[in-house]
Design a protein around this ligand. Structure first.
Ligand SMILES: Nc1c(O)cccc1[N+](=O)[O-]
Length: 227
């Protein structure tokens, strides 16, 4: 749900688009203004207690959830991208990929009236998640990223599921960053591919790749290194 539904046109491209075409998932994009009733389709108002900016009114969200939950056999999970959320992560992406129905609520302005999440929590699981510690203008870009991260984990979406095990932050990599990758040509602008990758010695290649992953993680993300 968003007041800028056109943001989600890219989901019909590439990997998610192919998955939609194969019927591996369904996608609905809903304009929140559909649940407003005034001439200006108002979705926001001034904040109680004062302060800059505007707050998203609860009524349109409540009516939107009423409509989207109507007739569902089981409640969806409501994902609310927000800078004040729990950090989104690969483990959370895996968790969400196993859910049958996700709703993404894209806030704008200074945020959504708190009562929207409080009331939603009386009828579905609510996950307030943050993509990162920076300021976006709304939840749409974060939703695009989260949808891609989740959808690619659905069985059948990625051609070769093996490729999921060696990515950065994946279990197969012990949460380490991904090792450097190379392809042809063997030498390019005076830069050569590491010899070990031509050895055909799989154990040595695996050892080199792990060393590279540990070193990269130590340099860039020491917080991910095992204790
Ligand atoms: N950071 C941020 C924001 O500023 C607005 C909406 C969502 C997010 N986020 O998910 O990280």
């Amino acid at each position: 749900m968003s007041i800028f539904p056109d943001y989600f046109a890219p989901l019909h491209l590439s990997l998610v688009g192919k998955a939609l075409g194969k019927g591996l998932l369904e996608l609905g994009v809903h304009d929140l203004r559909q649940w407003t009733h005034d001439r200006h389709n108002t979705v926001d108002d001034t904040p109680y207690g004062g302060g800059a900016g505007m707050v998203m009114k609860p009524e349109p969200w409540g009516e939107c959830f009423d409509a989207l939950l109507d007739g569902l056999e089981e409640p969806p999970v409501l994902v609310v991208p927000t800078p004040s959320g729990i950090p989104f992560s690969q483990p959370i992406a895996y968790e969400l990929s196993e859910k049958s129905h996700l709703l993404f609520a894209c806030g704008r302005y200074e945020g959504i009236d708190r009562r929207v999440m409080e009331h939603a929590a009386t009828r579905m699981e609510v996950r307030e998640l943050s993509l990162g510690d920076y300021v976006l203008n709304g939840g749409e870009v974060a939703t695009l990223a989260m949808v891609e991260a989740v959808v690619r984990l659905i069985p059948g979406v990625i051609g070769n599921p093996e490729s999921l095990t060696e990515e950065s932050h994946s279990d197969g990599q012990d949460q380490l960053l991904e090792y450097p990758v190379y392809t042809k040509p063997p030498s390019w602008r005076g830069l050569d591919v590491p010899e070990v990758l031509f050895s055909g010695h799989h154990a040595r290649i695996a050892e080199w790749r792990r060393e590279q992953a540990v070193e990269l993680t130590r340099l860039r993300r020491p917080d991910l290194l095992p204790e």
